[in-house]
Write a protein that binds this ligand. Structure first.
Ligand SMILES: *[C@@H]1O[C@H](CO)[C@@H](O)[C@H](O)[C@H]1NC(C)=O
Ligand SMILES: *[C@@H]1O[C@H](CO)[C@@H](O)[C@H](O)[C@H]1NC(C)=O
Ligand SMILES: *[C@@H]1O[C@H](CO)[C@@H](O)[C@H](O)[C@H]1NC(C)=O
Ligand SMILES: *[C@@H]1O[C@H](CO)[C@@H](O)[C@H](O)[C@H]1NC(C)=O
Length: 467
C-alpha cells in the first residue's frame, strides 16, 4: 500500500520535473531563436494538417499577445485556425506564468442563450481557496471597467473571499480591463490575495483576441488608481460614456450568476462592487451563521446607506447613526427610489440597541413590497438571477420578488451595514438607461407570469395589475 503510493508520488514528481524543464526549454527557445518555433510537438497532427512552422516571432521582444499580433502564415484556412489555436495555447502559457492569468478566448463556455462566453477564474486570488475554507460567506459582485476601482475599498473591510465577475464588450475594452486588473493586483496585496476574477464577453461580436501592454503596465502609477482608470476610460469612451453604454448593454444578471457560481462557501453576500461592507463583517458573520439555525428559507438583509462624499467611512453603527442624524448619511436610494430599501425599516434598525458588536437579527421584514431589492446573505440555493434582464431595470428586484413568492423570509441584521458613496439625487435618466428600463419592463410582464405558473402563488397580487 505504502509502496504503491510512494511509486505514484515519485512518478508525479518526475512528470512535474519533466513538464517544468520542457516549459523552460520552450520559453528559452522562443526567446532566443531566430529561426521559427515549432508550435506543436505533435508531428502526426502537423503532418495530417500540413502545418508549416509559423513565421518567426520576433525573438527578444516577444510581445505577450493573444492572437492579433501572432505570426500569420499563408496557409489553408483550416490549418490557419489550428495553428492559431496552438499558438494561443503557447502564448497563454506565457501569460499564465507571468501574471497568473488563465484566459484563452478560444475556449470558455456559453450561457444558456448562446449569447455570451463565460470564463471562470481567469485570475485566482492567491489566498482565495484558503479564505474559502476559513470563512462562511463569500462576497460576490460584478463590475465593468468604469466601476472596478471600488474594489480597492470593498476589499479593504471584507476579510473573506471575493468573487468578481467582469464584462468586456469589445477587444479594446477587454485589453484595458485586463490591464487595470493586473495593475490592481500589482499595487494592492489585498486584491491579489482575496479576489478571483471571472469574465463574460459577447459571443458573436465580442473580443477575439487580447493584448497585455506590459510596458504600459510597468509605468502605471500605484499611487493614483483613479487617475490611471480615467486615462483608460477616456480612450474607450471617445464618443462619450453614454454612447459606450448604449452600444453594448451590460448583462448584469448574467454576471451576478457567474460571480455566484464561483463561490464555494456555504453562504454568499451578493452586492454591487461599489457597495462597501462595514468593518469586520465577514468575521462577525462567521460567528452568527455558526449559531443561526434556520429551518426554512432565510435571507439575512444587511442595511445599505448612502454617504456624503465628505465624510470618512463610519467605523461602526453608532457613528453611522450619528452621521444619519446630521444628514450626512441616509438609506440607499432614499431620494431616488424609496421602495428600493424601504421594507428594511431603517428607523427600526437604528432604534435597535445592540448589546455588543456581535451580529444579531434586529427584526424581520414585515412589509415586503414589490420592487424591494435589499442586499442579503443566503445560501446559493436562492433562485438564480434571470438573465433575460439585460442592462438596467428589474435585475435584482425580480430575483428578490421570486424569493418572496418562493416563501423566503427576510431578517435584518445588526450592527453590520454597507455603504455607497454619494448622496443620490433624482435626475432624469440618460436615454440609454430609460430605453433599457422600458425593455426590461416588458420582459417583467412575461417573468411574473412564469413565476405565477411555477409557484402557483401571487402574494403581492401581481397578476391583476400592470407593473
Ligand atoms: C491565413 O491567415 C492569414 C493572416 O490572418 C491570411 O492573410 C491568409 O489569407 C489566411 N489563409 C487562408 C487560406 O485563409
Ligand atoms: C464607534 O466608533 C467611534 C469612533 O471611532 C468610537 O468613538 C466609539 O467608541 C465606537 N463605538 C462602539 C460601540 O464601538
Ligand atoms: C424604538 O424603541 C423603543 C423602545 O424599545 C420603542 O418603544 C419604540 O416603539 C421603537 N421605535 C421604533 C420606530 O421602532
Ligand atoms: C417600522 O417598524 C415600526 C415599528 O418599530 C412600525 O411602526 C413601522 O410601520 C415600520 N415601517 C415599515 C415601513 O415597515
Amino acid at each position: 500500500m505504502f509502496q504503491g503510493k510512494w511509486r505514484l508520488w515519485k512518478l508525479s514528481i518526475s512528470i512535474l520535473v519533466f513538464l517544468t524543464a520542457y516549459n523552460i526549454y520552450l520559453t528559452v527557445r522562443l526567446m532566443y531563436s531566430s529561426t521559427c518555433v515549432q508550435t506543436s510537438p505533435d508531428s502526426v497532427l502537423e503532418a495530417s494538417l500540413k502545418i508549416e512552422p509559423p513565421e518567426c516571432a520576433h525573438n527578444q521582444n516577444f510581445p505577450v499577445t493573444n492572437t492579433n499580433n501572432a505570426p500569420k502564415p499563408l496557409l489553408t484556412s483550416k490549418s490557419n485556425k489550428t495553428l492559431e489555436t496552438l499558438t494561443n495555447i503557447y502564448r497563454n502559457l506565457q501569460l499564465n506564468q507571468q501574471y497568473s492569468l488563465n484566459l484563452n478566448l478560444g475556449l470558455g463556455r456559453s450561457d444558456n442563450k448562446l449569447a455570451y462566453k463565460l470564463f471562470d477564474n481567469i485570475i485566482v486570488g492567491e489566498r482565495y481557496i484558503e479564505l474559502t475554507e476559513a470563512y462562511k460567506t463569500s462576497l460576490a459582485a460584478q463590475s465593468s471597467l468604469d466601476k472596478i476601482a471600488s474594489l480597492i475599498e470593498s476589499s479593504l473591510y471584507w476579510g473573506g473571499p471575493i468573487s468578481l465577475a467582469v464584462f468586456a464588450g469589445t477587444e479594446k475594452e477587454l485589453n484595458h480591463l485586463l490591464l487595470y486588473i493586473l495593475y490592481l493586483r500589482k499595487c494592492n496585496t489585498r486584491i491579489k490575495e482575496k479576489v478571483s476574477f471571472h469574465l463574460a464577453i459577447p459571443k458573436e461580436k465580442g473580443p477575439k483576441t487580447y493584448v497585455i501592454d506590459e510596458e504600459r503596465l510597468e509605468k502605471m502609477d500605484c499611487g493614483n488608481p483613479m487617475g490611471v482608470l480615467h486615462g483608460l476610460l477616456k480612450e474607450l469612451t471617445k464618443r462619450g460614456i453614454h454612447a459606450w453604454k448604449y452600444k453594448i448593454p451590460y448583462p448584469q444578471n448574467l454576471l451576478r450568476n457567474l460571480a455566484r457560481k464561483n463561490c464555494h462557501t456555504k453562504f454568499l453576500f451578493l452586492t454591487d462592487v461599489d457597495i462597501i461592507p462595514s468593518r469586520g463583517m465577514a468575521e462577525h458573520l462567521n460567528a452568527f451563521l455558526e449559531s443561526e439555525k434556520c429551518d426554512g428559507k432565510c435571507a439575512y438583509v444587511v442595511p445599505t446607506y448612502e454617504l456624503d462624499e465628505r465624510v470618512l467611512f463610519p467605523p461602526n453603527k453608532t457613528d453611522l447613526i450619528r452621521m444619519a442624524n446630521k444628514g450626512l448619511a441616509r438609506p440607499f436610494h432614499h431620494k431616488v427610489f424609496i421602495y428600493n430599501q424601504y421594507a428594511t425599516n431603517f428607523s427600526r434598525w437604528q432604534n435597535y440597541t445592540d448589546p455588543d458588536d456581535k451580529v444579531r437579527i434586529s427584526h424581520p421584514v414585515t412589509n415586503f413590497e414589490f420592487l424591494y431589492e435589499p442586499f442579503y446573505i443566503a445560501t446559493d440555493s436562492v433562485p438564480p438571477h434571470d438573465e433575460r434582464f439585460i442592462g438596467y431595470g428589474y435585475t435584482r428586484n425580480s430575483q428578490v420578488y421570486e424569493m418572496y413568492v418562493a416563501g423566503y423570509e427576510f431578517f435584518v441584521l445588526s450592527p453590520i451595514f454597507t455603504c455607497h458613496w454619494g448622496l443620490q439625487v433624482k435626475k432624469s435618466r440618460p436615454p440609454w438607461r430609460e430605453h433599457q428600463n422600458n425593455q426590461n419592463r416588458k420582459q417583467f410582464d412575461h417573468f411574473k407570469k412564469e413565476i405565477f405558473a411555477r409557484y402557483n402563488k401571487d402574494p403581492l397580487n401581481m397578476m391583476a395589475g400592470k407593473t
